[in-house]
Structure formats: structure tokens, C-alpha cells
Design a protein around this ligand. Structure first.
Ligand code: PMP
Length: 393
């Protein structure tokens, strides 16, 4: 359990040092690694080359030469900065084309590109919902969805993770416009939302559905078009689809896709879209190249599935506790914060980078090693991880 001092908000500015000391004592201090190379499955970290199982670069595109080249050419043509927000003079043809291509990719009428997934979620929810409305969310939804609901001032009801009976009960309590919000693939557990059931309940209660498919887009569904398309839901079922570009796409940013009226409305009203500098046009050019590669990456997606099966079989055989995930996110449940940190350190000593995830990012007593796989990994590299896990048991 984190101590009270580590979990309560500051009452005085002078409490900061006390808070930090409590965090340290509870093994909850957050820290950053320093990469000295490109993001890849073998980054150089603090001077050491490691085999990494902790990026969201699911298709290995973060350092892809064709995408890097598109960005370089974009810089040569358009410079490094957009110079302005979208609604002043920062909106570029490259942004416009990227939006059209993302809309076509996801089978939606239109799309709006945001600077990050965090901003997209906060922007959509705060633009569409108000204090007269109700947002119903899965308990394990990403922090940006929680923050978006808070900013909107709507009443927020949460339902137990993937518990449809609880969702139904909460929908029964909702007032005003109703918006159900769920991660597609849950970022810290790797399991998928039961979207067919969620969407049926939304239809029964005249609620709209927002799916944040940050970890599904590029990886799941036809041509990587995401979990929503993989389960056969349409724009009518999921009016608000959020995808991020900093994960499987390998670049940065995010988009919201939907019907034209919704996207037009967001363009007028989503403050995190309006009041911020547009991303560099060169980044949009790079992301357009990434989209072409994602679309054609069926072999990589198939390889990723093979790796997932291989890892799960091996980890289970070693007696570690996996979570019910069929995706590239394969957490190994540890429980105690200190034990998770220790396991991560033991793997690091063997040349492997796997980060420990602790509360408040995950519930108390569910600290875990969040293993993520990339299509760039080979079966032999997954075996390297399995051998190291066998070594430290
Ligand atoms: N949604 C989910 C489910 C995520 O995991 C993340 C990133 N960790 C985000 C949104 C935020 O995306 P971004 O990193 O582009 O801000």
C-alpha cells in the first residue's frame, strides 16, 4: 500500500519534500531513462546497449528509413516549425492530406489531427460534454480520458473493468447526453474492451461511444485499421474513434475520426486543438508515409501474433502470472512495488529493458512488468527474455 503521505495531495507547498520522501520509501518514485540512440528494440540506455521490451513502437517504425526520409524532405520543403495554431496560419496541406487519409483508413467521413492522444481525448470530451451530461467510463481507462471527463465537468460514473452488468447499471443512472468511454486495448493490461457488448448497451441507452484505440490502431483489424473495425463496428456504433500516432505509427500525435458534422464541430470547439501550435508539417508528411507502411504491414502484424503466442507459452511455462491479453502488451503480474522493481533490475543486469509499472498508474498491489512486443523482435530475442526470466526465478 502506498502511504498516506504519498497519495494525498499537497496541502502546503512545503509538503513537497515530505511527499517525495514518502514516495521513495514506498518504492513509488518515478524516474526517467536516458536513451542515447534511436528508439528501437536495441536502444543505448545510460551507455549500455539493451534489448528492450517496453516501447509502444509495435511495428518498429519509430526509426524507419522511409519515414525518416519523408520527415527530412518535409523539413527541406516546409521548415521545422508550423509557426502558428491551425486556425491562424499553422494548418498545412500535409495536415489536411493526413486527415483525409486517416479518415479513409478508418472508414470514417473525416478526421482531425491533434498534437497528442492526451490532447485529443481531453479535447473531444470537454468539447462535447457539459455539466448537465454524464460520462460513463471503464475503471481502467487511460488517465487522459479521466482528465477529459474532469475538464468537461460532466457527471462521471465509472464501471468495473469490462463489467457489462455494471456498465448497464451506471447507464441507468446517467442524465443528459450520455457518453460511454473505453480504451480499445487497455494500456496497462493489454486486454480488449468487449466492444460489441459495449456498443449494444450504448444503443439501448441512446449513449454515444468513444473508443480510444491508441494501442489497437496499426496493430489490429484489416490493414491495421484498429479494434473497432476488427470487430465489425461502424461509425454509427462508434461515433468517436481516437487513434494515436506515437505508437504503431512510430511518429507522434493523434487523431479523432468520425462523421463530418462531429469533426466540423470539434474544429470549432475543441480547445486543445484550437489553442496550441500546430505540429510541424514535416511530421504530418512523415506520418503519411507511416500510414502507407502501416497499411501494408500484414506480414509484420502476423509475425507479432507469432511472437505473442511464443512469449505467452514460455512465460506461463516458467510459472509467472500473465494477464488475459492477446495483444502486444503482455504484462507479468508481480504485486508488490519493490518486487516489480527488483525483477526489472535483475533483467536489466542481464541486458534487458522491461519497465516496472506501479500505482497509481495501475491499482495498488498489482505492480507489474509491462512487456511489450514489437514486430522488430525475433523469436530468438523473445527466447532471450524467457531465458533471463528463467534465470532470475
Ligand atoms: N490513450 C491511451 C490508451 C494511451 O495509452 C496513451 C499513451 N500512453 C494515450 C491515450 C496518450 O497518447 P499520447 O501519448 O499521444 O498523448
Amino acid at each position: 500500500m502506498p502511504s498516506k503521505a504519498a497519495t494525498t495531495a499537497l496541502k502546503n507547498f512545503s509538503d513537497m519534500a515530505v511527499h517525495l520522501a514518502a514516495r521513495q520509501a514506498d518504492h513509488l518514485m518515478r524516474s526517467r531513462l536516458q536513451l542515447q540512440s534511436a528508439q528501437s528494440i536495441t536502444p543505448t540506455v545510460d551507455g549500455q546497449r539493451l534489448l528492450s521490451f517496453c516501447s509502444n513502437d509495435y511495428l518498429g517504425l519509430a526509426n524507419h528509413p522511409a519515414i525518416a526520409q519523408a520527415m527530412k524532405e518535409g523539413i527541406d520543403q516546409y521548415g521545422v516549425g508550423s509557426g502558428s495554431s491551425h486556425l491562424v496560419s499553422g494548418h498545412h496541406r500535409e495536415h489536411e492530406l493526413l486527415e483525409q487519409e486517416l479518415a479513409a483508413f478508418t472508414g470514417r467521413e473525416a478526421a482531425l489531427v491533434f498534437s497528442s492522444g492526451y490532447m485529443a481525448n481531453v479535447g473531444v470530451m470537454s468539447a462535447l460534454m457539459s455539466r448537465r451530461d454524464t460520462i460513463v467510463q471503464d475503471r481502467l481507462n487511460h488517465a487522459s480520458l479521466i482528465d477529459g471527463a474532469l475538464l468537461s465537468q460532466a457527471k462521471m460514473l465509472r464501471f468495473r473493468h469490462n463489467d457489462m452488468a455494471h456498465l448497464r447499471r451506471q447507464l441507468g443512472l446517467a442524465m443528459g447526453k450520455k457518453l460511454v468511454v473505453s480504451d480499445g486495448v487497455f494500456s496497462m493490461d493489454g486486454d480488449c474492451a468487449p466492444l460489441l457488448d459495449v456498443s449494444r448497451l450504448c444503443a439501448e441507452h441512446a449513449a454515444w461511444l468513444l473508443v480510444d484505440d491508441a494501442h489497437g490502431i496499426g496493430v489490429l483489424g484489416p490493414h491495421g485499421s484498429g479494434l473497432v473495425n476488427a470487430v465489425g463496428l461502424t461509425s454509427a456504433d462508434v461515433p468517436l474513434l481516437v487513434g494515436t500516432l506515437g505508437k504503431a505509427f512510430g511518429t507522434s500525435g493523434a487523431f479523432v475520426a468520425g462523421d463530418k458534422t462531429t469533426i466540423d464541430y470539434l474544429l470549432q470547439t475543441a480547445r486543445p486543438y484550437i489553442y496550441t501550435t500546430a505540429t510541424p508539417p514535416a511530421l504530418a508528411a512523415a506520418t503519411r508515409m507511416a500510414l502507407t507502411l502501416v497499411h501494408g504491414a500484414d506480414a509484420e502484424r502476423a509475425h507479432l501474433q507469432t511472437l505473442i503466442g511464443h512469449l505467452r507459452q514460455g512465460v506461463r511455462h516458467l510459472g509467472y502470472q500473465l494477464m488475459p491479453s492477446a495483444t502486444a502488451i503482455q504484462p507479468i503480474l508481480v504485486g508488490a512495488n519493490e518486487a516489480a522493481l527488483q525483477l526489472s533490475a535483475q533483467l536489466r543486469a542481464r541486458g534487458l529493458l522491461v519497465t516496472a509499472i506501479r500505482p497509481p498508474t495501475v491499482p495498488v498491489n498489482t505492480a507489474r512488468l509491462r512487456v511489450t512486443l514489437s514486430a522488430s523482435h525475433s523469436l530468438a530475442q523473445v527466447d532471450q527474455l524467457l531465458n533471463a526470466l528463467a534465470d532470475v526465478t
